[in-house]
Design a protein around this ligand. Structure first.
Ligand code: UDP
Length: 317
């Protein structure tokens, strides 16, 4: 997401500085961006106050994307997940207040937890499982992130907007931490079995990163969105079983689709989110947001990218 946002901002003529601890992202993600030579890369953690301050010096706008990425990482390291969100956001907001910078905080559909409403509006309740289940550490951390951001707006007038990202996909996303589409595409292109967790009846909506990134920039400049949370995502709902079938079809692969119990994928006591569809009315009204790239087109692009990367042409998926 960060490399795509950098690419878009550069194309709009902005100066960009990136702060990244490179724990899950890579330097190559950035070097894939045209014009990356002009991007300042500060290598370090959002939790390191001095480094964060240095990265934010002279910036009028901050996109706060620093966070745990992927369900696998979240269940493996809940403490780090919570700390990055809570302490990281507190520091970002404090530095933004000192500098008079505006902030876009990226939150998540995970906020809504198991709320089965379709579609999910921004005012929907959070329905979470027990805090003894580590999956919820991400949702809890991100909810704190939203509360911290909103409080800096309400009490100190920091111009902040919260974008709640639903499943977002595109080049350079790794399947290493669980994300389903890069995993399915890589499996199909390699002729390996596609691993559907559970019975595959759970649904998601996948949005192209290139549709989401301009919306982040639109929201940070939108007066009407200050202090508020806005869903961003696609509304084209698909079951994970159907997704696997469509990836196999798009690749013409002879891969089979196999089912794997959640416990095997994520450990004992994992809780799944059965359905997740955003209500994007607010984003439409505020900034004219429209997810334009169809799922078939998304799959086709990811397959092309994975094939290119296997043949050593382009390091994408
Ligand atoms: N999933 C799957 N096989 C995989 C990876 C994920 O069936 O190899 C499922 C996962 O259980 C979930 C859906 O795909 O139901 C989306 O998973 P992802 O981690 O991409 O996003 P999230 O669960 O955060 O929506």
């Amino acid at each position: 997401m960060g490399s795509h946002l950098s690419e878009y901002l550069l194309s709009q003529g902005h100066e960009v500085t990136v702060l990244d601890d490179l724990s899950t992202g890579t330097r190559e993600n950035l070097t894939a961006v045209p014009g990356h030579g002009s991007v300042g890369l500060v290598e370090g953690s959002v939790l390191d106050e001095a480094t964060l301050a240095r990265a934010m010096d002279g910036m009028d706008t901050v996109f706060h994307l620093a966070s745990a990425v992927g369900v696998k990482l979240v269940v493996a390291d809940p403490l780090r997940t919570i700390e990055t969100s809570v302490r990281g956001t507190r520091l970002v907001m404090e530095k933004a207040l000192e500098r008079g910078a505006r902030v876009l905080v990226t939150s998540t559909s995970e906020i809504y937890g198991k709320n089965g409403a379709v579609p999910l509006g921004e005012e929907a309740d959070r329905v979470l499982g027990s805090p003894l289940r580590s999956r919820w550490s991400y949702s809890e951390g991100k909810a704190m992130e939203e509360l911290i951001a909103r409080t800096y707006w309400a009490e100190h007038g920091v111009p902040v907007t919260i974008a709640r990202l639903f499943n977002t996909v595109g080049p350079r996303q790794t399947g290493r931490y669980g994300m389903v589409l890069p995993r399915f595409v890589a499996q199909a292109v390699a002729g390996e079995a596609l691993t559907v967790y559970g019975d595959g009846s759970q649904t998601r909506c996948f949005c192209w990163v290139g549709d989401v990134v301009p919306a982040l920039v639109g929201l940070v400049g939108c007066e009407g969105a200050r202090g508020d949370a806005v869903n961003l995502g696609s509304t084209d709902e698909v079951t994970v079983a159907e997704l696997a079938a469509r990836v196999v079809q798009a690749t013409g692969s002879s891969s089979e689709v196999v089912h794997m119990p959640y416990e095997e994928a994520y450990g004992e006591g994992f809780e799944e989110i059965p359905r997740r569809v955003p209500d994007i009315t607010r984003a439409r009204e505020l900034i004219g947001f429209e997810p334009r790239t169809s799922l078939d087109e998304i799959i086709a692009r990811l397959v092309d990218g994975a094939r290119g990367s296997r043949s050593g042409k382009a390091p994408t998926v």
